[in-house]
Design a protein around this ligand. Structure first.
Ligand code: CP
Length: 295
């Protein structure tokens, strides 16, 4: 990469992660109104649907005083066959300082490394989702004030989840313990982290649910949607086995009544909507980081 970018969690050092978390904390309180030192142009290039990531980046960009372009693939030259490389190169040539990209292709950013523009990866296929991972780290750190020996149970469709793939390594790097559970056909092959859900729920300080991605691979699941909750979802019965201080997380969107009982989405232990609020602080901190700005 020619310019400072955030593409995957493994490229971020522990020190950089702590800096981003500390800045996000300041954005949540005393530095709410802080702006970048000069106007910069940023473009949001979402080639795949998104609510939280897309619009919380827009919220963060507005709060930081950026000039924003919101790219629409349907009305762009993508419809005439333009490649991702040519689209991003165009934004760099016409004066954009940074681009935020979500794309269906795993590791799409590898082909963009010689383009002179800052890139933040807003999700690539089933590969990486660093802004989600950072906001998840922030949510856990805010709750427990440490990562050391915090037990994180990731539940559900691990195999197709960029959130799980980013988070497993990020949480382990920060000192947490990670286990996974869910339908065996949705686990990564031979993952030694696998644990039975009913055992894992008593071990966990954080129960991190994942969305079942029916639109990508619903056919892989050998059970019906309504059986999923009972077998692999967070039911009231499993909720009652959670530790007193344990919390529930989910990157959302949530399939209510499938990964989690509808009644638990906003229960006392749930941090699902708090994660979304934290996402804006984290995305402000990520933008500050790529532009190397100081408070
Ligand atoms: N969590 C997440 O990435 O949600 P969106 O797909 O709505 O951005």
């Amino acid at each position: 990469m020619l310019k400072k970018s955030i593409l995957t969690m493994d490229k971020l050092k522990k020190k950089d992660i702590y800096n981003i978390l500390d800045d996000a904390l300041l954005f949540s309180n005393s530095f709410k109104d802080w702006h970048l030192s000069r106007k910069r142009l940023i473009a949001n290039l979402f080639f795949e649907p998104s609510t939280r990531t897309h619009y919380s980046f827009i919220s963060a960009e507005n709060q930081l005083g950026l000039n924003i372009a919101d790219f629409n693939p349907q009305t762009s030259s993508l419809t005439k066959g333009e490649s991702l490389y040519d689209t991003v190169k165009t934004f760099s040539c016409i004066g954009y300082d940074a681009v935020i990209i979500r794309h269906t292709q795993d590791n799409y950013f590898e082909e963009l490394e010689n383009i002179d523009v800052h890139i933040i990866n807003a999700g690539d296929g089933k590969g990486n989702h660093p802004s989600q991972s950072l906001l998840d780290l922030y949510t856990v750190y805010d709750e427990f004030k440490t990562f050391e020996n915090i037990n994180v149970l990731i539940v559900g469709d691990v195999k197709h989840s960029r959130v799980a793939h980013s988070n497993i390594h990020a949480f382990e790097k920060m000192g947490a313990n990670v286990k996974v559970t869910g339908p065996l056909e949705l686990m990564d092959k031979d993952d030694k982290r696998y644990v039975n859900f009913d055992k894992g729920i008593k071990w966990a300080d954080v129960v991190m649910l994942l969305r079942v991605q029916f639109e990508r691979h619903g056919e892989l699941l050998k059970i019906k949607k309504d059986e999923y909750l009972k077998k692999y979802g967070l039911t009231i019965e499993r909720y009652e086995k959670m530790k007193k201080h344990a919390i529930i997380m989910h990157p959302a969107p949530v399939n209510r009544g499938i990964e989690i009982d509808d009644l638990l989405v906003e229960c006392e232990k749930s941090r699902i909507f708090r994660q979304m609020t934290n996402g804006v602080y984290i995305r402000k901190a990520m933008i500050k980081y790529i532009f190397d700005e100081e408070f």
